[in-house]
Design a protein around this ligand. Structure first.
Ligand SMILES: [Zn+2]
Length: 298
């Protein structure tokens, strides 16, 4: 990706180096509204295989040094990733506020990005690095432990700046779902079906494939406006989508796949939806497809 001269978002709260949950105090007021926590890799409650799959997190965290003033000093690599993430978030702000205006979706409200290490509290409960990046609608924030990118590289072999951008843009995609009401609609359906049921899992796949599609839409317009996408970038995102499909992850972890337990979609689906968003940039078409197609057509 070419991000030369691109601004960094200021909607970022940096909690790295703080002990887990240091930023407490939220939660009391959010009872009764729908709280959606959507993680890139975790859904439906089956943690085991995915956690095993991702192995141990925290490669970068272990490298953190504390200086004489007791402040955490970050490695150059981690600082580079932090800057990159802020630039990508800024790109989503620029692009999504314009898309909302042009496609008649109302006003875009920027989400917050929280950088943390290990664990942190959120309006959706305790966030753990092992869950992977996630979005919480209760505080309209995406949560990111930068060591995740190292795990993607080392354990999944999914690497490259555009693959990382896709991960962030996917979480922002959940925020777009929230602002357009899609997330709330599907989450109330899932609650009716019962968390973890086969039908609820199918609804979850809708949300996730749409977030992939919306990540593709973002890349479409980011490239149009800033010329950010370079040769090979699209392939990085497609390779990443292939390696985070439920079928791929389950086969790797346990040797077989159980389609009724899929919460994020197969590799083929994830790749297809990202590409469709990237090629068309048509947000409404993506939302309509995700909401209206039969599960078998997704
Ligand atoms: Zn997701």
């Amino acid at each position: 990706m070419n991000l030369d001269g691109r601004r960094e978002s200021t909607n970022v709260e940096d909690r790295r180096g703080m002990s887990g949950g240091a930023k407490a105090g939220i939660g009391g007021g959010v009872m009764g509204i729908i709280i959606a926590l959507v993680a890139m890799f975790m859904g439906g409650g089956d943690l085991g295989s995915i956690l095993g799959q991702m192995g141990q997190m925290g490669g970068l965290t272990q490298e953190q040094q504390v200086n004489e003033q007791g402040q955490v000093e970050f490695s150059a690599e981690e600082q580079e990733l932090a800057k990159f993430s802020k630039q990508i978030l800024a790109g989503t702000e620029d692009v999504w506020s314009q898309i909302f205006l042009q496609q008649g979706l109302g006003e875009y409200k920027d989400p917050k990005m929280v950088l943390y290490s290990g664990a942190t509290s959120t309006a959706c409960g305790q966030g753990q690095a092992a869950m992977g990046p996630f979005y919480c609608s209760g505080d309209q924030s995406l949560y990111l432990d930068l060591s995740f990118f190292m795990s993607m590289k080392q354990q999944l072999g999914a690497d490259g700046d555009f693959a990382y951008a896709y991960v962030i843009a996917h979480e922002v995609g959940h925020h777009v779902e929230y602002l357009t009401g899609v997330l709330q609609q599907i989450h109330s359906k899932m609650a009716r079906y019962g968390q973890g049921s086969a039908q609820a899992n199918k609804e979850s796949v809708r949300i996730e494939l749409l977030a992939d599609y919306l990540a593709g839409c973002w890349a479409h317009y980011d490239n149009q406006r800033f010329g950010s996408v370079e040769d090979g970038d699209l392939q990085e995102a497609i390779d990443c989508a292939l390696k985070i499909g439920d079928d791929y992850l389950q086969k790797r972890a346990q040797g077989y796949a159980m389609p009724e337990s899929f919460t994020h979609g197969t590799s083929q689906q994830r790749m297809r939806w990202f590409k469709a968003g990237y090629e068309s940039g048509d947000v409404r078409r993506g939302i309509n497809s995700a909401m209206q197609l039969d599960y078998s057509q997704l």
